[in-house]
Design a protein around this ligand. Structure first.
Ligand code: SF4
Ligand code: SF4
Length: 197
């Protein structure tokens, strides 16, 4: 069953769940390997950010027009050059981050291999590890997909937290997981573990 259907099915049967955050480790793999193609609606913004004219930007970074999507509200035009690796990535950092193409803003699309275009995004990998560690018996929902729901009974968290730590999460993932699931500072893993020894 496709993952989205699983998520919907779970939503219909449970009203509590563990939220799983996506934490980018800033490895730059997606920017190097996927081959982003900016669209016409990105041109003005990025050219301005780079301090060059639109024509120069198109010539230098995009090339000829390949197709025009007449059904798009934004009248999007596709250009021939794919950014693989992206010429605007410097030392694993996007040099135009606040003005980056629309495409980049929505990566990764979802947790499936398709959603990450098969590049092996470490952020997705960590998400999957956490889900397989904590997600038996209680549904896990990517935090970007689902709005607020009922909170889990606080008494269940010590056990969930211990399983979560078995996924060997990074410090950033620990902070994000605690934040999105509203786990307070006093209820950190050490005091829970002591309570349950
Ligand atoms: S591949 Fe994944 S973890 Fe790496 S920079 Fe891209 S989104 Fe972040
Ligand atoms: S524009 Fe920025 S975010 Fe998009 S691929 Fe290039 S470096 Fe990555």
């Amino acid at each position: 069953m496709p993952e989205q259907l699983v998520v919907i099915q779970r939503l219909l049967t449970w009203d509590t769940y563990i939220k799983i955050p996506f934490v980018c480790v800033r490895c730059g793999k997606c920017c190097r390997e996927i081959g982003v193609r900016p669209l016409s609606s990105d041109v003005h913004r990025i050219a301005e950010c780079l301090g060059i004219g639109e024509r120069s930007f198109i010539d230098q970074y995009l090339g000829k027009i390949v197709s025009v999507d007449v059904y798009s509200d934004d009248d999007d035009t596709l250009y021939e050059k794919q950014w693989r690796p992206c010429p605007l990535l410097f030392f694993n950092t996007c040099s135009i981050y606040s003005d980056r193409p629309r495409w980049c803003r929505y990566f990764p699309r979802e947790m499936s291999t398709d959603g990450e275009f098969g590049i092996g995004c470490p952020g997705i990998k960590q998400m999957r590890q956490v889900i397989s560690a904590v997600g038996r018996g209680i549904p896990c929902i990517p935090v970007t997909d689902i709005p607020n729901g009922k909170k889990l009974d606080q008494r269940r968290w010590p056990r969930i937290w211990r399983k979560f730590m078995m996924a060997n999460p990074t410090k950033e993932m620990i902070e994000a997981f605690a934040k999105v699931n509203d786990i307070s500072r006093e209820q950190d893993n050490e005091s829970w573990e002591l309570d349950n020894e």
